[in-house]
Design a protein around this ligand. Sequence first.
Ligand SMILES: [Zn+2]
Ligand SMILES: [Zn+2]
Length: 212
Amino acid sequence: MPLLRQLEFAFEQFATRVFPGRNVVVGQALRLPHRETATDAIAPQSCGRDAKLETKARELLRSLGANRIAKEIRIEWNPRLKTAAGRADYRHKLISLNPQLLEHPAEIDRTLRHELAHVLAQSRAGRRRISPHGPEWQHACRDLGIADEKRCHTLPFPATRYAPRFIYRCPNCRCDFPRVRRIRRAVACLACCRAHNGGEFDVRFRLKLLRL
Ligand SMILES: [Zn+2]
Ligand SMILES: [Zn+2]
């Protein structure tokens, strides 16, 4: 598999040249300032719970008086979602988002609010059964600032066109990072770089290509 080896080689070269570790002498001049490169080369979280989005969701719900649900709600990235942009599980107070949204950052907020509207509508309705995209949900959408939201869970971009062909995995947390295009540089897992290296690039958490 020459392609694979080639990619690995590219990773290797990039890694030794730009991220040599703190005590290795670098032979070549760097084209990019180190900090900028490091930020660029860290992949955003694509599986597991997202603390930032959870904070945002809690604030939104609290501002609407839904304090109990604000406390319980969890937001996760779930690579197993295929064509759905998001999913709301009221029983477990869990909202799942499709990591493909990470390549279309503008859609993340809207999808989050769409799913929050499901949870908010059901919490207001109590034990009463409501239809998924009925008037209660529409009301919740208005409260959450997406009055014109349509009843649709499919990705807001053509899934076939953007279907990830490359799956990368963090060797530490085993998170998968689906990508439409091949990564042509050393990229590390943000969650692990944050947890174990103060948020800076760490070659131990470099993403590895799983399959083409
Ligand atoms: Zn929905
Ligand atoms: Zn990781």
